[in-house]
Design a protein around this ligand. Structure first.
Ligand SMILES: [Zn+2]
Length: 248
């Protein structure tokens, strides 16, 4: 295996049909979870019903959070609690500094900072107690997670968000993460063997903008983060489906 991308979830923030958008990237020696949506343990387990091995919260080496919206980070508490209190395997957590700055104070601290034991004693914990926290370097600067090489760049979204390019052994994939239509981002992603691009309403990328792209790029593109209302069967650009595995 050179580089494999498994689709854990395809849905948007409001989905009642899918898991929220989430990817599992694997190379020969590394397993990277991109985003940690709500119901993460169930989403990973369900991969086993869709032609892959059943996975659990321990089966990822690295977790990368693209941004702080709940549909991308709402399952992180579950993963971190499990790894600290059940299996004792500290997760390695990656995000851009702007995301890390808010991750603890704005998302996790309320439920994870002060924990009372059965005797009533309070124990104060920090994010570093739960995870090996690794800020991602400057945009465009390559960095390694195991045998994966990554780079990120900002997207056009409500809050700081990182799009990703991942390469291993000469194979590559790009992930738009959440973004408005941004031709410069599309150009940055385009050299990849596979591009997973979001589409949705409002501040997101309209499908019509992607349909207007070069056919050779559209052929390597799969949609993700689409609305429950999107007609997957009739989609003019193929949709990623939960359980899909792309071997690059
Ligand atoms: Zn978002």
């Amino acid at each position: 295996m050179t580089l494999s991308v498994r689709v854990v979830g395809v849905g948007d923030a409001f989905t009642a049909r899918y898991y929220n958008a989430c990817l599992l990237v694997e190379s020969a020696g590394t397993r990277l979870l991109v985003d940690a949506p709500p119901a993460l343990a169930r989403a990973l387990r369900d991969l086993g019903d869709r032609g892959g091995p059943t996975l659990g919260l321990d089966d990822v080496d690295h977790v990368l959070i693209t941004h702080l919206h709940g549909d991308h980070v709402g399952g992180l508490e579950q993963l971190l609690f499990w790894r600290r209190f059940v299996t004792g395997r500290k997760a390695v957590l990656h995000a851009i500094p702007e995301v890390l700055a808010g991750l603890w104070d704005a998302r996790l601290r309320g439920g994870m900072e002060v924990l009372m034991d059965a005797a009533g004693d309070r124990h104060a914990l920090t994010l570093d107690d739960y995870a090996d926290v690794r800020p991602m370097p400057a945009a465009g600067e390559a960095f390694s997670l195991g045998d994966l090489s990554l780079a990120w760049r900002p997207t056009v979204h409500h809050i700081p968000t990182s799009a990703l390019r991942v390469t291993a052994g000469g194979a590559s994939f790009g992930y738009s993460a959440d973004t408005a239509f941004d031709p410069s981002l599309v150009a940055w992603l385009a050299p990849s063997d596979l591009v997973l691009h979001e589409t949705n309403f409002g501040v997101h990328t309209p499908l019509a903008a992607l349909v207007g792209l070069d056919p050779s790029l559209r052929a390597r593109m799969r949609l993700i983060h689409y609305s429950d209302l999107h007609d997957v069967e009739a989609s003019p650009i193929a949709c990623a489906r939960e359980g899909d595995r792309y071997e690059l």
